[in-house]
Design a protein around this ligand. Structure first.
Ligand SMILES: *Cc1c(COP(=O)(O)O)cnc(C)c1O
Length: 477
């Protein structure tokens, strides 16, 4: 090691010295000492590494007590912030599972305070003055909106599928098409869930084609269910065929076997009336005679995470009595959010405006272009030799395994690399407070205005401004 490096190492302030620096000392009154020490060690370690690897030079060392303690304070701020934080979704994927799927309607959020901060009639029958059921709060409205005979809800759709199979088909056979043995992100795979439930999976047909006769050949006294699974995040195109639900129902009726459909996204709105591809609706599945349908609360429904189970009374009742139900129980804040979201569906016009997921999916190009212009006006002057800024056409995605091939035409704000690379800019935006999650495409950073809320524009603009005059990305804290 060179003598320069030795002398740099000697300049690093000691832990004790930092602890009595005024800023750090006053931090000890608001942060636990262990956390302050952790921040100090983290900063000192990173300084030592920088010296070892030659990133700190004699002339611009920044090793004085003032500089180092200010880095300690920045690190402390990072260490003490919550782990789950708000981010800005500029990816254009509306139902983004990694970013929390659906954002909740304003009316739902307003109600949180009253239910979260007070006691409620969660499981209390006010008319009778005795114990009630938590499911009554959504059962009525689910039946009203969908025409289902009975309804119940659990923690999520994976749980809904599991409990339905466990209740109705444990130790018996469930027939499913090979074209529908899907894997949904986050390790939900139909064959695995089937195994966990104790049901025996009987695969029929091929990847691309399954015919009614394939089901007819295997259905028998040991068949508990015919299962249809929405293929969600992929589509087989070309030489394909699936058996329509109605035909499966007819076959099932001849053998006294119910049909269950895992709809995945489960929309209550027909998207084809808004110019998008057709997604089967929950109402259609029920009216075609499905004995059970299951779907998520936080995909196309636009509500909280939940698994919704609708169908024939005796089937839903059996599921409700399964002890697993207690383990998959929906929590009261979720129940509140679900009820309020469903109430919005009573007004078919308001629902498109008030449920952010539906509003974003159906927002038209002209309105997105105008939105993009408003963002552009806030940021255009921040362009420099580091990057330039343009507007460009592009496509957003619905996400959440719905309408996988549907491209939603959108208008994007695009950062074109100058002295900063696209990767550096993307990383910087992601480390911003709040983080701005953009996408990298054609070596550019793309910000899709479809999923950026208008109220977030100022923050996005600040992030882009800071990108123009910040310490270089990577040097960030
Ligand atoms: C998303 C999805 C699931 C899992 O739903 P979660 O609410 O994430 O548990 C199950 N089946 C299908 C077809 C899906 O699309």
């Amino acid at each position: 090691m060179t003598t320069d490096k030795h002398s740099l190492f000697r300049q690093i302030p000691g832990v004790d010295q930092l602890l009595i620096h005024p800023a750090v000392e006053s931090a000890l009154t608001s942060y636990p000492k262990a956390l302050v020490l952790k921040a100090i060690h983290q900063v000192l370690d990173s300084i030592r590494t920088d010296i070892k690897e030659g990133r700190i030079s004699e002339t611009a060392a920044g090793l004085d007590g003032e500089s180092v303690s200010s880095r300690v304070m920045e690190t402390l701020a990072i260490l003490s912030r919550p782990s789950l934080r708000n981010v800005i979704n500029a990816t254009g994927v509306v139902v983004h599972t990694n970013l929390g799927r659906s954002i909740l309607p304003e009316r739902v959020i307003e109600k949180f305070r009253s239910i979260a901060g007070n006691y409620s009639n969660l499981e209390y029958d006010l008319a009778q003055g005795r114990r009630g059921s938590r499911y009554v709060h959504v059962e009525g409205i689910l039946r009203e909106l969908t025409g289902a005979e009975a309804a119940m809800v659990v923690n999520n759709n994976a749980g809904a599928v599991l409990i339905a199979l466990e209740t109705l088909a444990k130790g018996r056979e469930v027939v499913v098409s090979r074209g529908q043995l899907v894997e949904i992100g986050g390790s939900f795979r139909i064959p695995d869930v089937m195994r966990k439930s104790g049901a025996r999976m009987v695969e029929v047909g091929t990847t691309n084609k399954t015919h009614l006769r394939d089901y007819e050949e295997v259905i028998g006294p040991d068949t508990a269910l015919l299962l249809k699974v929405h293929t969600s995040n992929f589509q087989v195109v070309g030489f394909t065929s699936e058996v329509p639900l109605a035909d499966l129902v007819k076959l099932g009726e001849r053998h006294g076997t119910p049909v269950m459909e895992d709809l995945g996204s489960g929309c209550l709105i027909d998207f084809s009336t808004y110019g998008l591809s057709k997604e089967p609706t929950v109402q259609e599945a029920l009216s075609q005679g499905a004995g059970l349908v299951t779907f998520s609360g936080d995909k196309l429904l636009g509500g909280p995470q939940a698994g919704i189970i609708l169908g024939k009374r005796e089937l839903v009742e059996a599921i409700r009595k399964n002890p697993l139900n207690r383990a998959l129980r929906i929590d009261k804040l979720t129940l509140l959010a679900l009820e309020e979201t469903l109430r919005l569906y009573r007004d078919p016009h308001a629902v498109m405006e008030e449920i952010p997921t539906l509003r974003m999916i159906c927002q038209g190009y002209a309105s997105l272009a105008a939105k993009a212009e408003r963002l552009y006006a806030l940021v255009r002057s921040f362009a420099s030799d580091r990057f330039s800024i343009e507007l460009t056409d592009g496509a957003s995605k619905v996400g959440g395994g719905a309408l996988p091939l549907q491209e939603l035409k959108s208008r994007l704000l695009c950062l074109v690399p100058g002295t900063l690379s696209a990767q550096e800019m993307e990383g910087w935006l992601r480390s911003y407070v709040p983080p701005v999650i953009a996408r990298l495409e054609r070596d550019r950073v793309m910000l899709d205005v479809r999923t950026i809320q208008e109220t977030e524009f100022e923050r996005v603009a600040q992030a882009i401004r800071d990108l123009g005059d910040a310490r270089l990305p990577g040097k960030g804290v």
